[in-house]
Design a protein around this ligand. Structure first.
Ligand SMILES: Nc1ncnc2c1ncn2[C@@H]1O[C@H](COP(=O)(O)OS(=O)(=O)O)[C@@H](OP(=O)(O)O)[C@H]1O
Length: 387
């Protein structure tokens, strides 16, 4: 009769030989790695650098130069290859639930991310939808709150927007409409293509150029108290070039008489009525919407409601999308588009302004008052900057 110890090997599995065990662990690791890669793609490679990093002036993580470089230097070929690698057919096959028209993009606008904004226009799986010239443009004003407006609008499923500022109607017009169209994200029927370039508002040629592209283009201007705006503008320049003259010395032509130096472009930008006159030569006022930069901070949902109405869209963006971030001191998105995480704008938005002597501020208020009055009259809106 066989003993109990002899019966054991027949019933218990033998331990795996070491070699096989190692192979198994290796296979498991590579499987986990592949899963991680796909997970990373799904999370839009938030921490990975974009394929092209060029030192340039940066606005909220978007680099204008990136566009220029992508479009030149075989950029198109490179971009196409990257598109295919990152977002091509395998992606849509593996994740069919990311449906056509589901907004999905790589960049949420956080300044301290380093992804290349151009990829933004490529995230709809290739071949789905088409690239169109924008039907609506945020044309200004610099430091008005244009980035906040665009980032908030992007959570609307019927809006697709290019993240970087194309500067087509000012600096890049010579590149032609095909170049411009190619920058745009793909859209499906019913979706609106948008872009923002705040310098258009003060570009003499911009109204006629935009009108030549489309007489029906809808134009959005985010305006902010011109006094705060000029200080914000100065703060931005100071952050890049700490050796610039003081705010006071740039503001005044003659400090004793209080004569304002209107040759300083930062002062000129705030003369909204003058710039608006130029736009009204090519567009009816009804085709323009003036968003209050101040209310965009105190009541983002209210301003976004007006913008959605103006664009003929369902009011999908409401106050449930925002929360006030006490640390940032600004409203932020509860969920950025294509992400489940809260999202505030980066640190170039909402900078601390230097202290400006109250008398200088007062003098600037006096200077802008008549222009503001004219602007209120032209737009039929009192923005409350004059008190
Ligand atoms: N939600 C939210 N978060 C952060 N910042 C906000 C927000 N809403 C409006 N703002 C204001 O936007 C100002 C920057 O305006 P722009 O985006 O138009 O600037 S730029 O012209 O594109 O450089 C920026 O100006 P500064 O405060 O001077 O930095 C902000 O006051």
């Amino acid at each position: 009769m066989p003993s109990a110890s002899m019966a054991l090997p027949a019933t218990l599995p033998e331990p795996l030989p070491r070699g096989i065990f190692r192979k198994f662990v290796l296979m498991l690791c590579s499987l986990l790695m592949s899963l991680y890669v796909f997970y990373c793609l799904a999370e839009q490679c938030q921490n990975l650098p974009g394929p092209l990093i060029q030192a340039s002036e940066q606005e909220e993580g978007y680099r204008e130069l990136d566009i220029t470089i992508w479009q030149s230097l075989e950029g198109k070929k490179l971009l196409q290859k990257t598109k295919e690698q990152r977002w091509g057919a395998p992606w849509s096959r593996l994740f069919p639930s990311i449906g056509v028209g589901t907004p999905f993009r790589a960049h949420t606008g956080a300044e301290n991310t380093h992804r290349t904004p151009m990829l933004e226009s490529t995230l709809t799986p290739l071949g789905e939808g088409s690239k169109n010239l924008p039907q609506a443009i945020i044309i200004g004003v610099k430091k008005g709150g244009t980035r906040a407006l665009l980032e908030f609008l992007r959570i609307h499923p019927d809006i697709r927007a290019v993240g970087a500022e194309p500067h087509f109607f000012d600096r890049n017009y010579h590149k032609g409409l095909d170049w411009y169209r190619d920058l745009m994200p793909r859209t499906l029927d019913g979706q609106i293509t948008m872009e923002k370039t705040p310098s258009y508002f003060v570009t003499k040629e911009a109204p006629a150029r935009i009108s030549a592209m489309s007489k029906d283009a809808k134009l959005i201007v985010v305006v902010r108290d011109p006094v705060t705006r000029v200080i914000s503008d100065y703060t931005q320049t100071l952050s890049k070039r700490p050796d610039i003259p003081t705010f006071e010395s740039l503001t005044f032509k003659n400090r004793t008489t209080g004569l304002i130096d209107i040759s300083w472009s930062a002062i000129q930008i705030g003369i909204y009525a003058k710039h608006l006159e130029n736009w009204l030569l090519d567009f009816p006022i009804g085709q323009m919407l003036f968003v209050s930069g101040e209310r965009l901070i105190t009541d983002p949902a209210g301003e976004l409601g007006r913008v959605q109405d103006f664009l003929g869209l369902k009011r999908i963006i409401t106050d449930k999308h925002f929360y006030f971030n006490k640390t940032k001191g600004f409203p932020c998105l509860k969920k950025a588009e294509g992400s489940s995480k809260p999202h505030c704008l980066g640190k170039t938005k909402g900078r601390t302004h230097p202290d400006i002597h109250p008398k200088v501020v007062q003098r600037l208020r006096e200077f802008y008052r008549p222009f503001n009055m004219k602007f209120y009259q032209m737009t039929g809106q009192d923005f409350g900057w004059d008190y």
